[in-house]
Design a protein around this ligand. Sequence first.
Ligand code: FE2
Length: 246
Amino acid sequence: MPPIPPTGRIDVHSHMLPGIDDGCSDIDEAVSNIQMLTDAGYAGTICTPHLWPDMFPDNTPTNIQHWTTDLSNQLAQRGIQYPLWPGGELRLFKGVIDWMKSHGVPTLAGSRYVLADFWEDTWAKYVDPAFDWLLDNGYQPILAHPERIGIADTENLVGHLDALTARGVLLQGNFRCMTGEDGYHADQRVRRFLQEGRYWLMAMDMHRPDAQPSRLDGMQMVAQEFGQPTVDLMTIDRPRLILSNA
Ligand SMILES: [Fe+2]
């Protein structure tokens, strides 16, 4: 693992690895993104490809470690010093516990933190058991972008999130949801959840360079509406708790 940079933001949710999922398609796109990130004060990224066997069957914790090392080496060959750590965005699904038993738990940067997401119209039956299994086995789960989950207010999304956070699960919001480009509900919910102090982290959820300016705009909007210290806490200080937990 690279040393922890003494200053700067760390992006904890990123589809940076070229050609691995729906993020950067090649190394030139990764380099373009890194340029935009460093201009915005970022000093490193945890690479979190989708871990979702139906869509990306080769994405396993072991392969992601290799691919992260490969990209780091390619960047070094181009003279780019930008630390990368392996991680993953674990898609929750019905068989996810058995999948983790077979393939390992995809932790962030070798820590006990695990980033997870799911996409359903209702609070699926597999969600709480998966988080409970992680907690019972000493991991610290983080639910990615709860503001984007397609669950209607009438389905009590907030009640489910309250129960989850009460059991110790942390929440990570996406900056771009501030811009409205992820839809009305995400726009409303990200502001509500920031106002209520629900997020432990905010992140880029970076994909391809064409969408990166919007994600950076979202970070500026959080700073304007909720204060720069809020942004700094969730992009500088708390990510270091993850890196130092390794
Ligand atoms: Fe993501």
